[in-house]
Design a protein around this ligand. Structure first.
Ligand SMILES: *Cc1c(COP(=O)(O)O)cnc(C)c1O
Length: 430
């Protein structure tokens, strides 16, 4: 295979276009992009440098690796609390544990129901089961994938204990409306902000501060990472104390008693992870600003193409750049777009996750505790296809394209992504 220079490639592209629309790479044309994009999976798309290396080295040199010995985890929590203007921040081992901490803090009784979405990472839902509550799935909105407040309202029963909303892809979910519903019924709102650092909600608040509790993840693919890690935030003193005790075996170290006040686990973040998290946190505002700048460039191009639309740019922090596809105007569905875009070297996936969470075996077949199926009992019969039609349509119906966004994208990267989408749109609509 012959190497082609950038100039030759772009000449070729112009040549193709001169013929009235470029030939798709999937049909033998020249691909728009032949080099990889910066990725959250490695250093190309991660802002990890001497700051993190030094911070980790300092912890190791101190010999204080556990948070009960050192001070870095507390410093990390305090810094996050300052950025979010919130009293209580509890560090833990993952985003999934951060949600488990939040669910444990509200202390559901076995069989209580928690309403959430089937269009998310399993980490949103598994902690509900771990705490012996029952996940109840509400449907999402077709133009954002965020929980539909009206669907949530229709799922409330006298067993409902909480709502867990997800700020999917970093776009603000309708948490003000959900908080209103929660307050009306005297239940809790938990915000899953694993994809939504510094996302701003409709009322201009930071996502995670509208509900009673907010949860963040420091897993490899998120805006900032420590490999794994989690944070749970709350303004409520009692929830904050329960959250903290839950991560530390229910042990009230603040009163100097070696006792265990309620069922807790050990979800403590290590000083090494906190050191990385603290160094990453210092970069967060720039990371989000850079993601916003480039995502907004692409949003302008995408929203101008009939049948394609991303989420509103206001407040979004762009973990993923989603495109909602209206096949009748866009000329093809998301699956077709995904196939053509991959050939162009711009790998948009169709649908984010492969299966609504309620159709995965853990829920659909109640693989929980032994063969009891507990706590999934009557709810079991609900975990079937058709439960949340919009959710299913977005996941499997060719309605949604997703592209992992990155703070290290350059203007040239965005131009390539925009060119590929425009090229495919032109080809499939002509
Ligand atoms: C990543 C993610 C989680 C789980 O976080 P982990 O750190 O991977 O456990 C939960 N919810 C959402 C929406 C996520 O994107």
């Amino acid at each position: 295979m012959q190497a082609t220079s950038q100039t030759e490639q772009s000449d070729q592209r112009k040549g193709d276009q001169a013929e009235g629309g470029a030939r798709l790479a999937s049909e033998g044309g020249q691909p728009i992009r032949t080099t990889p994009f910066p990725s959250v999976g490695d250093i190309s798309g991660r802002r990890i440098d001497e700051a993190e290396i030094e911070a980790v080295a300092a912890v190791l040199r101190s010999g204080k690796l556990n948070r009960t010995a050192g001070t870095v985890t507390t410093e990390f929590e305090n810094a996050f609390g300052k950025l979010y203007g919130i009293e209580h921040v509890v560090a833990s081992t993952s985003g999934t544990s951060a949600i488990h901490v939040a669910v444990a803090a509200i202390n559901p009784s076995p069989g209580d129901e928690i309403i959430t979405t089937g269009l998310s990472d399993a980490g949103t839902v598994l902690p509900i089961l771990a705490q012996n509550a029952v996940p109840v799935f509400a449907d999402v909105l077709p133009d954002s994938g965020a929980l539909d407040p009206e669907s949530v309202r229709s799922k409330i029963t006298d067993r409902t204990k909480a709502i867990i909303a997800v700020h999917l892809y970093g776009a603000p979910a309708r948490v003000e409306e959900l908080r209103e519903i929660a307050d009306e019924h005297g239940i809790y709102l938990i915000e899953d902000c694993a994809q939504a650092y510094l996302t701003e909600t409709a009322s201009g608040k930071l996502a995670g501060t509208v509900g009673h509790l907010g949860c963040f993840s420091l897993q490899q693919s998120k805006h900032i990472t420590a490999g794994d890690g989690g944070l749970t935030i709350t303004a409520d003193d009692e929830l904050g104390r329960r959250a903290r005790l839950f991560t530390d075996k229910g042990w009230p170290r603040d009163t100097n008693e070696r006792t265990h006040l309620f069922l807790g686990l050990n979800y403590r973040m290590t000083e090494v992870h906190a050191a990385i998290g603290l160094a990453q946190l210092a970069k967060l505002e720039q990371i989000v600003a850079d993601r916003r700048r480039t995502a907004e460039q692409l949003a302008e191009v995408v929203n101008a193409l009939p049948g394609l639309k991303t989420v509103p740019v206001k407040g979004a922090s762009w973990w993923i750049f989603p495109i909602f596809v209206d096949e009748s105007a866009a000329g093809a569905d998301a699956n077709t777009y995904s196939k053509h875009l991959a050939a162009e070297g711009v790998g948009f996936g169709a649908g984010y996750i492969q299966t609504p969470l309620y159709l995965t075996p853990v829920l659909a077949e109640s693989h929980t505790y032994g063969d009891s199926g507990f706590p999934i009992t009557e709810a079991k019969s609900q975990y079937v296809r058709g439960l949340c039609p919009v959710t299913e349509d977005l996941i499997n119906g060719g309605k949604m394209l997703v592209f992992s966004w990155n703070e290290n994208f350059t203007d040239a990267d965005v131009a390539d992504i925009a060119a590929a989408i425009t090229k495919v749109h032109t080809a499939v609509t002509s």
